[in-house]
Design a protein. Structure first.
Length: 462
């Protein structure tokens, strides 16, 4: 009887926290951060930088644009329509509806100036394809472009469509029209433009498929040698410089242990996390299992995995600062070379936050990292988005070097070409932090008008 009032108070606090959490949840792509309604209304020339940042911004209704932002003042210099960026980020194949939304105008734009370099028209309404991490469906050689319709339902079935065209003339190369209980999402395009990799979503299973462009045929899943069905959360992939290899991680199927005082659960094989490499040319998947101890039943930590690849694509790093682990994987042998513990980057939010996470683990885990890890230009350190702040890890011995901006939640990271400045997108605060990589000093910040998915390009000051 004495403890019952305390239980009631704890539950009341938990429900109160959940209500508050729902109001301050990080914005999704269709939301606009309320703190940054108009970033260009009052430019603040206070940032100690002179870069131009190109941000893919996704506003209400999923409308995306490329914003060219003056990093010194925060002013938007240009707003470009959404499109497919070339691998060197010099041009943009922008798509726009035309003729009463019955046709699509594709314009080739110089990304740096916005000047039009050419255009062609397509019948039907299509839009550009992006991965969450910023990869587009334009082949590495720039000759093949894949576009998609917006999926819709018809008589209980999902209708999805893809079209591959010559990126210079708009001549049709292949068309894929699908109707059924599954939907399909873009994964990657091979550098030679012969394969379009898709995820098939349906009946609680996600399966990777490949669309053979020369024959205009959707091949069975077995066409990808060694392919594995998605077991759990997969962060946005990263790619080798030549565009041939795609790397990601599968965090493993979430465990179903619910007993806190009963027998210890034995993990199932599908719960084991693993790193995988997909050869986009030969259509084969290789995988390297990670230690079973790195699986997590904490939903927030489970979603904070990121992957980074070395410039020569011989080494892949899987890192989760929230779990305090990093793995170094030999990308040629697909074996784990080293595993290390790093500083657990999580702020102490007090008893109320702990109660909220215990009772409402999913309600508070609304953050989605789209570009959470990258290497410095000389490869001596890794920067990774943590639960709070940015973890900095030495690649020589996988030791923790520092945690920068420990009061922020960051979703996408990008470096200047010289590696001197790190730009970190925080959709929770509606800002981009600018950090000096020499010592972690904050050089300033930029307000952003909507969900910042990825930084497409940074032009450093001359």
């Amino acid at each position: 009887m004495v403890r019952r009032p305390r239980r009631v108070v704890v539950l009341a606090l938990a429900f109160l926290l959940a209500a508050c959490t729902a109001q301050v949840a990080a914005p999704r792509p269709s939301d606009s951060p309320s703190a940054s309604a108009n970033p260009t209304a009052t430019p603040r020339p206070t940032n100690a930088v002179s870069d131009v940042v190109y941000l893919r911004s996704v506003g209400p209704g999923g409308v995306a644009n490329i914003l060219a932002i003056d990093a010194r003042t925060g002013a938007t210099l240009r707003t470009l329509p959404d499109g497919s960026a070339s691998s060197d980020r010099s041009t943009l194949l922008a798509t726009e509806e035309a003729n009463g939304a019955t046709r699509t105008l594709v314009r080739r734009l110089d990304l740096g100036s916005g000047h039009e370099l050419g255009s062609f028209m397509l019948d039907g309404t299509y839009h550009a394809l992006w991965t969450d991490g910023g990869q587009t469906a334009l082949s590495r050689d720039g000759h093949h472009l894949a576009l998609s319709i917006y999926p819709y339902q018809e008589n209980g079935d999902w209708v999805t469509g893809f079209r591959v065209v010559d990126a210079d003339s708009g001549t049709a190369e292949a068309t894929l029209d699908l109707k059924g209980q599954s939907t399909f999402g873009f994964v990657a395009m091979s550098p030679d433009g012969r394969s379009l990799f898709l995820n098939q979503f349906g009946e609680g299973v996600t399966t990777m498929r490949v669309f053979d462009i020369p024959s205009s045929t959707l091949l069975p899943a077995t066409a990808i040698a060694g392919v594995r069905k998605q077991g759990g959360f997969r962060p946005p992939p990263v790619f080798s410089r030549d565009g041939r290899w795609m790397f990601s991680l599968d965090a493993g199927a979430p465990g179903d242990c619910t007993s806190f005082d009963g027998p210890r659960c034995t993990p199932k094989a599908e719960e084991q996390p693993y790193v995988f490499a997909l050869d986009l040319v030969s259509r084969r998947m290789l995988s390297a299992p990670l230690p079973m101890e790195q699986r997590s039943t904490d939903f927030e930590k489970y979603l904070l995995w990121s992957v980074a690849v070395a410039p020569d694509a011989t080494t892949v790093y899987a890192i989760n600062p929230a779990l305090g682990v990093i793995d170094e994987v030999d990308a040629q042998q697909m074996t784990v070379r080293r595993t290390a513990s790093i500083t657990v980057s999580r702020a102490d939010e007090g008893m109320l936050a702990a109660i909220g996470r215990f009772f409402f683990p999913v309600a508070s885990a609304k953050r989605y990292i789209t570009g959470g890890a990258l290497l410095s230009p000389n490869g001596d350190r890794i920067y990774a988005a943590a639960y709070k702040g940015i973890a900095v890890v030495n690649t020589s011995d996988l030791s923790s070097r520092a945690v920068w901006q420990s009061d922020g939640e960051f979703d996408a990271l990008a470096l200047t070409v010289d590696g001197e400045r790190l730009y970190a997108v925080s959709n929770a605060s509606g800002k981009i932090a600018i950090i000096a990589t020499r010592d972690g000093t904050k050089l300033g910040e930029l307000k952003i008008p909507a969900f910042g998915q990825t930084i497409v390009r940074i032009d450093s000051a001359r």
